[in-house]
Write a protein that binds this ligand. Structure first.
Ligand SMILES: [Ca+2]
Length: 358
């Protein structure tokens, strides 16, 4: 900023599928009133550090910090209503307060209001349902029940996924008037335990690789291989009590097959995830385009109290006949990956916990 070395900061630009598939990176600058010069440069002011590769920059957007922007409001009357639920714009006389927005959603037993809630990151947020009448409605997030509404019990901390989360209120014993849902980023209600790559037990070809943008400088690579392989990574994690937990996997997925005109990007890595040796669950991981470009993905898992193992493995999946493999039919053409993504770290937090806000 203004050519001053002590304001210089290094930005990591996300990698995209191709040029002109736009993305963004965000940072904070502290500005005094008046005119300033913001400079983006491929070389640091002291000349010692330089950009690797290059980028095309479309624009800079400058916005003021806004404390009220922390809470997002989703009006009940604007929710997706199902099962015969309907918006109500003229409230019954006995309701205790006026509605926000233009009204509320009326949910009789089994009727639903669905909200599409956006989270900027895989992180905790506190969801609060403001109702004007009725009780006993059930709140769920991505199909997991997180709270039964009752008098004074209307808020719950939830481990949201980055991007869109499906939040549903289902009417209970007495018809509920849902005024709105508020979502506020919060901390501490859902304690997070973090396990770095070097905490895992690796087997076979799975091994640690140094990567500068991995949280502790290393990630696990080489998970997966031939059908039936034993190239695995296993974390031992601790849970205070049995229940549903959010498993946040920080990963990179660099593998990409050459694009063709009809199949621009057919390949994504997957991992078969097994908790305490149980039946594996297949998880797909979107591209991050480089092994040193890490994203997070949240997977809900059920843990028992105390020690739990979480194992990652992978192999090429067969064709639709269940027996042949694309790599045999089209040798040398990369159509299905045999590998899990690189894993930088995992974090485990309770999926949801009721909170008392007043
Ligand atoms: Ca409302």
């Amino acid at each position: 900023m203004d050519g001053e070395a002590d304001t210089e900061q290094e930005l990591y630009l996300p990698l995209g599928y191709k040029w002109v598939v736009w993305d963004h990176t965000d940072t904070e600058v502290h500005l005094t009133k008046g005119r300033h010069t913001l400079t983006l440069a491929a070389r640091s002011l002291d000349g010692r550090r330089a950009t690797q590769g290059d980028a095309i920059v479309d624009r800079l957007t400058l916005s003021l910090p806004d404390a009220s922007a922390g809470t997002r409001v989703y009006e009940g009357e604007l929710a997706w209503l199902g099962g015969g639920a309907r918006p109500v714009y003229t409230l019954p006389k006995h309701t205790p307060a006026p509605a926000t927005g233009s009204g509320a959603a009326r949910l009789a037993k089994g009727q639903t209001a669905t909200f599409w809630v956006c989270s900027p990151a895989d992180r905790e947020a506190t969801l609060r349902v403001d109702t004007l009448d009725g009780s006993g409605a059930l709140l769920s997030v991505d199909g997991h029940d997180v709270l039964r509404l009752a008098k004074g019990r209307d808020a719950v901390a939830v481990s949201l996924s980055a991007g869109v989360n499906k939040v549903t209120v289902t009417g209970g014993s007495s018809a509920t008037l849902v005024d709105r849902l508020t979502v506020t980023p919060s901390e501490g209600a859902l304690p997070v335990r973090t396990y770095e790559a070097q905490d895992a037990t690796v087997a076979g070809t799975a091994s640690l690789v140094p990567l500068s943008l991995a949280t502790d400088g290393t990630a696990i690579t080489g998970i997966g291989g031939d059908p039936g392989n034993g190239n695995t990574a296993t974390f031992t994690v601790s849970a205070d009590r049995a229940g549903l937990y959010a498993l946040r996997i920080r990963y990179s997925d660099p593998e990409q097959s050459p694009a063709t005109h009809y199949n621009p990007d057919p390949l994504a890595r997957h991992a078969d995830l097994s908790v305490n040796g149980g039946a594996p669950r297949r998880v797909g991981f979107p591209h991050t385009f480089h092994q040193n470009d890490f994203w997070e993905l949240t997977v809900p898992v059920r843990l028992v109290e105390g020690r739990n193992t979480i194992a990652f493995r992978s192999e090429e999946l067969p064709n639709f006949d269940g027996t042949t493999y694309a790599s045999d039919t089209f040798p040398g053409v990369l159509l299905r990956s045999r590998y899990a993504p690189l894993i930088d770290r995992i974090a485990v937090a309770p999926y949801a916990e009721e909170v008392r806000l007043r």
